[in-house]
Write a protein that binds this ligand. Structure first.
Ligand code: TXA
Ligand code: MG
Length: 346
């Protein structure tokens, strides 16, 4: 299959019309959202959904998010829209929030991995919204990467993984947020944070007036609660060594670990701007994620940095978590997954 590259900036009308026609015909089109690029297909059509799983090499046990152009479409997908769902979607849609609710009977098992619930979000990227309106139906759209690879934040990343495996990619430049949407399960009495993401926990809690439960503290739900939360996810090919601690202690630990390496040419450090003076004596490649005190920038840069280091044949990547609120939680979560769940406290 030849993958068409459609330029949503130069020729928005033609690109969007062609993309919508491919999707209406049951094909696959990667498109930009404000978080990451998604691989779209008709969300209520099992044959179209199957093409997503095949293209990504994604296991069928991993449920998809259905994307909508208008909050009014939610009622056609969710059997019950709780008052909490009303409040959160009114506050954060369009935007990087995904809500999990009981599904309507006609939502296919292929979209929900056989779960009785469905995940829905209304993205805020104008290209995504325009595409959804033209198609006129919900689109399933997981991140447009090969299964377990870092999510794509540019059309070039999409092609790196999926060229020849999907019908088209709509290019509208790099995405704004850089990490995926926040996923909350709204079926129980207290909302459960299934995946930290583009909407910070504190922003949700301010609107709710109560704390979100964490997945570990939630009462037993579905047998397969949220399989996309596999530990080894978002992984680069390199081994990621993740540290948590004061910047000076992290720098010392990185230097000590690097002293054991046979070839520091194949090592790299993901660093925050403030920490540069601490890393001066290091011979490895240093990739800047932005200021430690502004995790939004680091979140935007992270997946591209992991892909760039893979392209250089990097074997070991040193990184550290950041303290704080806002996007720090999502950033730390993606770093932890890239590290296969292992964090060294220093
Ligand atoms: O920002 C995003 O959410 C991006 C863009 C493209 O919209 N999409 C995305 O999709 O990240 P994906 O497939 O990579 O992640 C979807 C995750 C699943 O892996 C799972 O953790 C959760 O959403 N999910 C989906 N349906 C669910 C359900 N019924 N119950 C619980 N979790 C669900
Ligand atoms: Mg994904």
């Amino acid at each position: 299959m030849r993958t068409l590259l459609l330029d949503a900036h130069a020729e928005p009308e033609a690109a969007l019309e062609l993309a919508a026609a491919i999707l209406r015909g049951g094909g696959t089109v990667a498109f930009p959202t404000e978080t990451v690029y998604g691989l779209g297909a008709l969300g209520l059509d099992p044959a179209a959904l199957e093409r997503i799983f095949v293209a990504k090499g994604r296991p069928h046990s991993d449920p998809l998010i259905l994307h909508i152009a208008d909050a009014a479409w939610l009622r056609d997908l969710a059997r019950e829209v709780t008052p909490t769902a009303e409040r959160l979607t009114a506050a954060f849609w369009p935007g990087p929030l995904t809500v999990v609710l009981p599904k309507q009977a006609h939502v296919p098992d292929a979209a929900t991995a056989g779960l009785p619930s469905v995940a829905v979000r209304m993205p805020r990227h104008p290209v995504a919204l325009s595409l959804l309106r033209r198609v006129g139906a919900p689109l399933a759209a997981p991140s447009a990467n090969l299964f377990t690879r870092p999510s794509p934040t540019t059309a070039a990343h999409v092609l790196e993984d999926l060229e020849g495996r999907i019908d088209a990619v709509l290019d509208a430049g790099p995405t704004e947020v850089g990490v995926e949407s926040t996923v909350v399960d709204l079926r129980g009495p207290t909302p459960v944070l299934l995946r930290p993401g583009g909407v910070p926990r504190q922003a949700l809690e301010r609107v709710l007036g109560e704390s979100l439960l964490d997945r570990a503290d939630a009462p037993e739900g579905d047998p397969l609660p949220s399989p996309g939360l596999l530990e080894r996810h978002y992984s680069p090919r390199a081994e990621v060594c993740l540290y948590s601690g004061a910047p000076e202690a992290v720098a010392a630990a990185v230097k000590q670990s690097m002293a054991q390496l046979e070839n520091t040419q194949r090592a790299a450090v993901l660093a925050y701007t403030e920490d540069l003076p601490l890393l001066q004596s290091i011979s490895a490649r240093v990739v800047l994620l932005g200021p430690r005190s502004y995790p939004e920038t680091a979140a935007q840069a992270l997946f591209a940095a992991l892909r760039e280091l893979d392209a250089h044949g990097t074997q070991v990547i040193y990184a550290s978590t950041v303290p704080g609120e806002g996007l720090a939680e999502a950033l730390n979560d993606r770093l932890r997954r890239a590290a296969g769940g292992r964090i060294t406290l220093v």
